[in-house]
Design a protein around this ligand. Structure first.
Ligand code: PXP
Length: 247
């Protein structure tokens, strides 16, 4: 069991969503990433979707340069496709997080089905690892998915916390138990444990009661909160919440 300081990865996709609504250059997701790092984010997370609805190829290029200069990790979220594999290998981000992707979805709606798809996923994990990229799989907190993630050679699992976050606060105990059990299992199998999706100040504090969780990746809530407080204060507050949850 370990429960040191947890890292915060800030997902800046939705700055690009707002920019793309007008097709111009404002607001700039690279500026947001720079501000996030300055405010205490440990790394930047960005999802290059197949349809490029928010982050673009040029954004990934600029984020790669920014993170290299700042000596902070870029976590590149990608679908399991040959196109994304080629882009990842070209940019060599610190980490790649494999996510499911459906064109018609509003956001990443569930975890990647690794169990049953090992033959498709294992070679992608191997190719990323051979390029020196740390590989994370975004999965549901289920024993079968954790086992499959270990079997295909991933180093990290990121648990999808969407189901947990969408429940009413007094209905969350069972789902938190699933996250805790899956985190313990993953850690026993030698996997690093991350969590993300739908987290806010309250749910981030709650999930960090699970000692195996080393990193949270948070986007939508922080970008929304930034409308009211500014991005840097929102991140400073989230860091404070995370540090308080892990005294
Ligand atoms: N982690 C992963 C793998 C994601 O795909 C996303 C975005 O869906 C997040 C974390 C961040 O989720 P949110 O924007 O809801 O905070």
């Amino acid at each position: 069991m370990k429960a040191g300081r947890a890292r915060l990865g800030v997902n800046i996709d939705h700055v690009a969503t707002v920019r793309n609504a007008r097709g111009g250059v404002h607001p700039d997701p690279i500026r947001a990433a720079r501000e996030a790092l300055g405010a205490g984010a440990d790394g930047i997370t960005a999802h290059l979707r197949e349809d490029r609805r928010h982050i673009t190829d040029a954004d990934i290029e600029a984020l790669t340069a920014l993170c290299a200069q700042a000596e902070r990790p870029l976590n590149f979220e990608m679908a399991v496709t040959d196109e994304m594999l080629a882009i990842a290998v070209r940019h060599r981000p610190h980490a790649a997080c494999l996510v499911p992707e459906r064109r018609e979805e509003v956001t990443t709606e569930g975890g990647l089905a690794v169990a049953g798809k090992e033959a498709r996923i294992a070679p992608v994990v191997a190719a990323l690892a051979a390029a020196g990229i740390r590989v994370s799989l975004f999965i549901e907190p289920s024993a079968a998915q954790v086992e499959a993630a270990a079997a295909v050679g991933a180093q990290v699992v990121e648990f999808h916390t969407g189901r947990y976050c969408h429940l009413a606060p007094d209905a969350r105990a069972i789902e938190l138990g699933r996250l805790a059990a899956a985190s313990a299992q993953a850690s026993t199998l030698g996997l690093e444990v991350h969590a993300g999706h739908g987290l806010d100040f309250d749910t981030a504090a709650e999930v960090l009661k699970i000692p195996e969780i080393d990193e949270l990746n948070i986007g939508h809530f922080l970008i929304g909160e930034a409308l009211f407080t500014g991005l840097a204060p929102a991140i400073v507050r989230m860091r404070g919440v995370m540090d308080a949850a892990r005294p």
